[in-house]
Design a protein around this ligand. Structure first.
Ligand code: NAP
Length: 252
């Protein structure tokens, strides 16, 4: 598998960083995408290299088509693309819908939805047997928010993740006979810096007692599920949305 390249968008921190490290341990060359924090991306790459793996940090905003095209161009230099983890995603400050600006809505949907679609488009162009590729895997990052709606916090984010649920199913069926599997993980409350970026640094501590398992999940626990979906061990699984939420929001 050493010639196989996997792109992890937002691979420099949180869940993406854990996925990047784990994919590298399996022998994949990992493209660690980030948008602002170069030092976090460089740290992940150094950690991977220190363990004998291969990784490259590539700056790029998934909210920009030209950055995405560049990201895939960089990946093309490294070998055959075997997978994409559509992980980059953002939240904004807590607001009601009647307070949200069009700028906020465009940013959330552009990064979380359009960015995931464009990355999937580029991956399918390279991996689909229809386009001369050898196949591969795509894993999208959904969210329990798509079922809960995240009222008075970020309904926009929750709705963007609802779009990811639908995209996962539709794209999975579109490319099912082109040797590409498309799945999603749907995390609950995971202990990463995402919550602080939405202005709620204490969100995990505040919610833990209310969660079914009385604790948040870790980035590693989500990454393990992503790894399974990327691996041949899930060879008959496509269009699946796997709840990795410690029991939060598991009912339809
Ligand atoms: P995180 O800790 O905030 O890390 C976000 C990562 O994405 C960073 O590497 C960041 O890079 C990168 N990123 C942000 N905006 C980007 C952009 N426009 N283009 C490219 N990269 C970008 O997030 P996380 O908690 O690991 O979340 C990862 C995914 O899981 C997201 O899709 C999120 O919605 C989903 N999720 C998380 C939770 C949770 O509780 N944490 C729950 C459900 C779903 P920089 O360092 O350069 O900013």
């Amino acid at each position: 598998m050493s010639d196989s390249v996997v792109i992890v968008t937002g691979g420099s921190r949180g869940i993406g960083a854990s996925v990047s490290r784990k994919l590298a341990r399996l022998g994949h060359t990992v493209v660690v995408n980030y948008t602002a924090n170069k030092s976090a991306a460089d740290t992940v790459v150094s950690e991977i290299e220190a363990k004998g793996g291969k990784a490259v940090a590539v700056q790029g905003d998934v909210g920009s088509e030209s950055d995405i095209l560049n990201l895939f161009k960089e990946a093309d230099q490294l070998g055959r693309l075997a997978g994409l983890v559509n992980n980059a995603g953002v939240v904004d400050m807590s607001q009601r819908v009647d307070e949200m600006s069009v700028e906020r809505l465009n940013r959330i949907f552009n990064i979380n939805v359009v960015g995931s679609f464009l990355c999937a488009r580029e991956a399918v162009k390279r991996m689909s047997t229809k386009h001369g590729g050898k196949g591969g895997g795509i894993v999208n990052l959904a969210s329990a928010g798509s079922k809960l709606g995240s009222p008075a916090q970020y309904v926009d984010y929750a709705a963007s993740k609802g779009a990811i649920d639908t995209m996962t199913v539709g794209l999975a069926l579109e490319v099912a006979d082109e040797n590409i599997r498309v799945n999603a993980v749907r995390p609950g409350i995971i202990d990463t810096e995402l919550h602080a970026s939405g202005g709620l640094p204490d969100r995990v501590a505040q919610l833990e007692a209310k969660l079914p398992m009385k604790r948040a999940g870790t980035a590693d626990e989500v990454a393990d599920a992503i790894l399974w979906l990327m691996s041949d061990q899930s060879s008959y699984t496509t269009g699946a949305i796997l709840d990795v939420s410690g029991g939060r929001a598991i009912l339809p």
